[in-house]
Design a protein around this ligand. Structure first.
Ligand SMILES: *Cc1c(COP(=O)(O)O)cnc(C)c1O
Length: 356
């Protein structure tokens, strides 16, 4: 069986070494030494001033919305994992969907302005598959209309644009360290912020809203544990190897799938990519379903990321977004992970090409 992804597990001894420290100290959660060490190493790796490690990427989104005091309309993308929209709904805000670009699959910055109303307070955009949103244009719009910008950077770990870490854009960026992501801590996430005040606010929001004996605001529990941080610390040294192998696999797919009438995200100039996903857009949904069935039959489980489009969720319908709906009906993410062999890639490509 080949799944779309497979979590990388570091050498068990590396993990156990961290656990030994925990067994010695007895301190297993509540901002312990490993959480602090992981935050410090992530600050360095991602080249960011402040990062707060959390229980998952969805809570990170919720805390980000709360910390910026967003209560009204939030302009967002219909093409993402469902958590992007549900976090907005959970915070009792209103998602306003703006269609995506057909080149990067990110929100179309040229269509944002028309969706801004007096109730708009924020833009929650996603660097889909690790490809960057039009950060320059979004920043200009945010300035013009006094909007906050949150980037859901769950796919963008380690991505740089023109030498700048992508998670440095926006008022806040969130990341996910779920087991299915490029870098993971089993479960986990983080919020990246740019000044001390905001970092303090986020800390308060994720720590029940109190600091010691002083109670300030209503917060939640967004903390993560020392055991999860240990997984992160044991995995982080391997991230550059993981990205390198993913790049080789992606290039192998590229070389074998060219000239077959398939569409791929357009290369972005100045992008240092992380090869987090390998999306392929087929000619039609019928062709996609045919390919998927053939893969399924052979025990290869590619995934329809992202389907359905979030403006069509049964519990919250947004207005039509033709580009997102079209791409969503035709896109499939192929298996891509560290342990996938060249032979397996070649087999997968054969199964696909057979159906074209
Ligand atoms: C994975 C993911 C999330 C949610 O992260 P969790 O850590 O699983 O809660 C949010 N947004 C996007 C785009 C994701 O891919």
């Amino acid at each position: 069986m080949i799944n779309v992804t497979k979590a990388f597990l570091p050498p068990l001894d590396d993990y156990v070494q961290y656990l030994e420290g925990l067994w010695a100290s007895g301190w297993i959660t509540n901002n312990g030494v490993l959480v602090q060490e992981l935050e410090s190493k992530l600050r360095e790796y991602l080249d960011v001033p402040h990062i707060q490690y959390m229980s998952n990427g969805t809570v990170a989104l919720q805390v980000a919305l709360k910390a910026l005091d967003i209560t009204g309309e939030v302009i967002t993308t219909p093409f993402s994992y469902v958590a992007t929209t549900t976090s907005i709904l959970w915070e009792k805000c209103k998602p306003v969907f703006v269609d995506i670009e057909d080149k990067t699959f990110c929100i179309d910055a040229d269509k944002i302005e028309a969706a801004i109303t007096p109730a708009t307070q924020a833009i929650l955009a996603v660097h889909v598959y690790g490809y960057p949103c039009n950060v320059v244009k979004i920043e200009a719009l945010a300035k013009k209309y006094n909007l906050r910008v949150i980037y859901d950077a769950a796919h963008a770990f380690g991505v740089r644009l023109n030498g700048v870490s992508l998670v440095n854009y926006g008022d806040l960026s969130t990341v996910s360290f779920h087991a299915t992501k490029l870098f993971h801590t089993v479960e986990g996430g983080a919020v990246i912020s740019h000044d001390k005040e905001m970092a303090k606010e986020i800390h308060l929001r994720m720590s029940f809203g109190h600091s010691g004996e002083d109670y300030y605001i209503a917060g939640i529990n967004g903390k993560n544990s020392e055991l999860h941080a240990a997984m992160g610390l044991a995995t982080l040294p391997f991230v550059s190897d993981l990205i390198f192998r993913r790049r080789i696999i992606s290039e192998l797919y590229d070389s074998m799938l060219q000239g077959k009438g398939l569409v791929f995200p357009e290369k972005v100039i100045g992008l240092e990519y992380n090869y987090s996903y390998y999306p392929v857009v087929f000619k039609s949904e019928t062709q996609l379903l045919q390919v998927k069935e053939a893969l399924d039959k052979n025990g290869v489980y590619a995934r329809r990321y992202f389907y359905p489009p979030l403006n069509k969720l049964p519990y919250h319908k947004g207005k039509d977004c033709p580009v997102a709906e079209d791409i969503s009906s035709r896109v499939l993410c192929l298996p891509l992970y560290y342990g996938l062999t060249d032979d397996q890639v070649i087999q997968i490509v054969r199964m696909i090409v057979n159906e074209l």
